[in-house]
Design a protein. Structure first.
Length: 209
């Protein structure tokens, strides 16, 4: 009986490793002697690069990883060299790898895949580019993409282009609530709506698709 359970355990581990290695093969870029700095969400000691890849495949926020050969340390990053090229550079003894698994097109897709995630900022694909958006994962069933936050103190939400007080390309001033207000560009809002989304006009405008 013990051997039977051990056999099942080996099969499960082998399947998980195969899945992780498939993720590794699907990665868009990997190179020795480089790393991404400033975007680490977790650091762990691992036995190998394969284990680091497995950890990244299990973490939906992971867009890339740094594996340090000395000490076998694994950094999971919530960004990659494409979204933050200024933070990507050489580092002796480090292996950098980015993945292609996080190609969510809306907060709704993230919520469907990971129902327990909290509200916050996430990367999604809008058209052909990566964009950071605020996702409301709690109200009205969760999975809402914040398109515009409306302030009664100004008309910034009427702008056609992106405006962001938190990040110069993402939001508008709004300090009364804990959600940092923002406005996506009209083009991005239209692309999100074209995915079959619906718009709520409450305190914030949200799109779910």
């Amino acid at each position: 009986m013990l051997q039977h359970y051990f056999g099942i355990l080996v099969i499960v581990i082998s399947a998980k490793l195969h899945e992780a290695l498939e993720q590794c093969h699907a990665s868009t870029y990997s190179v020795y002697g480089h790393h991404l700095s400033g975007h680490v969400i977790s650091t762990s000691s691992v036995s190998s690069l394969s284990e680091c890849v497995m950890m990244c495949s299990d973490e939906f926020r992971c867009k890339s990883l740094n594996f340090r050969l000395k000490g076998k340390s694994c950094d999971l990053n919530d960004a990659d060299r494409h979204t933050h090229p200024e933070d990507y550079g050489p580092k002796e003894g480090s292996v950098y790898m980015d993945t292609s698994k996080n190609n969510f097109k809306s907060c709704a897709e993230i919520h469907q895949e990971w129902p327990q995630v909290e509200s916050g900022y996430y990367w999604i694909k809008i058209g052909t580019r990566d964009a950071q958006v605020y996702c409301d994962m709690e109200n009205y069933g969760g999975g809402w993409t914040l398109a515009v936050s409306i302030s009664s103190k100004n008309n910034d939400h009427l702008q056609r282009e992106v405006n962001n007080c938190f990040n110069s390309i993402l939001c508008v001033p709004f300090t009364e609530k804990n959600i940092i207000a923002r406005k996506l560009s009209d083009e991005d809002i239209h692309k999100l709506a074209q995915t079959g989304g619906r718009v709520l006009d409450i305190e914030n405008v949200l799109i779910k698709s």
